[in-house]
Design a protein around this ligand. Structure first.
Ligand SMILES: [Zn+2]
Ligand SMILES: [Zn+2]
Length: 303
């Protein structure tokens, strides 16, 4: 059966019981807020036309006993792998800042490691000839050196990836059980497809890289793909679909992440607004300003 966008009742059921929460949290998780766009009906090549996902409600998320940060395992580590040439790569520090604001927990960058240093298998793609790294080898490398205070370790790289010889490529891969993942930003650069890098491409590349980083890290917290709203946690089958997703979470996914981490939603929105404004993601920063204003009114505090 084809995917049908959910009704208001389904959205409300998705977010779970809000009784007993503070007024700010109740408002933050309200599905009636006009700041959240409905999930669009999928086109023929879009994720939900190809993958029949039924979604994950807040209650189902909780019942899945997802990994949660604890006092002893509370740091997200970024492991740069290979070169990040300044003229065609997102700045690692920018990625770290964004992830840190997004999850409101400590994000640290590990010293960069060369591709040779990771001892990963490489190949030249049989069709395109570009260099690719075998994901399983990178994950094995990470598993062997997870810092003791790590919630998860995520390798990021500018080289392309493949999961097994019969595959053409993969954007990334993770092991939730081992809390390690590897993601490539190679295919977020227009030049990868032989297209011109237009003005503003650095912002576009950074935005795409931030988006994939926090989406995939969201999976590390046990968040499944979202089918309730237009949301960062929507699945995506291709770059155009991924570009349509916002950088923010819908009320259902925000409730999940807040339950997991326990952050102050207003403080988190403020930190994200600062970072997105500085990074030039103006539409997101404006969206966050509106949310902050609404939640401040609810909290009845001075801005
Ligand atoms: Zn995903
Ligand atoms: Zn969502």
């Amino acid at each position: 059966m084809a995917f049908e966008p959910p009704t208001a009742d389904v959205e409300r059921a998705g977010v779970g019981d809000r009784a007993g929460l503070s007024p700010v949290l109740r408002r933050a998780f309200s599905t009636d807020a006009s700041e959240f766009e409905p999930i669009p009906k999928p086109g023929p090549h879009d994720w939900l036309a190809v993958h029949l996902e039924s979604g994950q409600t807040f209650d189902e998320f909780k019942a899945s006993h997802p990994n949660r940060p604890s006092d002893s395992r509370c740091v997200i580590y970024l492991q740069p792998l290979g070169d990040f040439p300044a003229d065609r790569s997102p700045a690692i520090e920018k990625l770290r800042e964004f992830a840190s604001a997004f999850f409101a927990i400590k994000v640290k960058t590990l010293p960069a490691i060369s591709l040779a240093g990771s001892k990963s298998t490489t190949r030249h793609n049989p069709n395109t000839g570009n260099l690719q790294i075998l994901t399983g080898d990178v994950l094995d490398f990470l598993k062997a050196r997870v810092p003791s205070d790590a919630f998860c370790v995520l390798a990021v790289m500018m080289e392309d990836l493949y999961p097994e010889p019969s595959w053409n490529f993969v954007f990334g891969q993770a092991s939730l059980r081992e809390s390690v993942g590897v993601y490539s930003f190679a295919r977020y650069d227009p030049a990868f497809y032989g297209e011109q890098r237009t003005r503003g491409y650095a912002t576009l590349l950074l935005r795409r890289s931030c988006k994939v980083l926090v989406h995939e890290t969201g999976h590390m917290f046990g968040l499944a793909h979202c089918t309730f709203f237009n949301c960062l946690m929507n699945g995506s089958n291709h770059l155009a679909e991924s570009d349509r997703r916002p950088l923010h979470l819908c009320p259902v996914c925000l409730h999940k992440l807040q339950w997991s981490i326990g952050f102050d939603v207003l403080e988190r929105y403020r930190a994200l607004e600062r970072v997105t404004r500085a990074d030039g993601f103006d539409d997101e920063a404006d969206w966050l300003s509106r949310r902050i204003e609404i939640l401040c009114r609810e909290a009845d505090v001075k801005k």
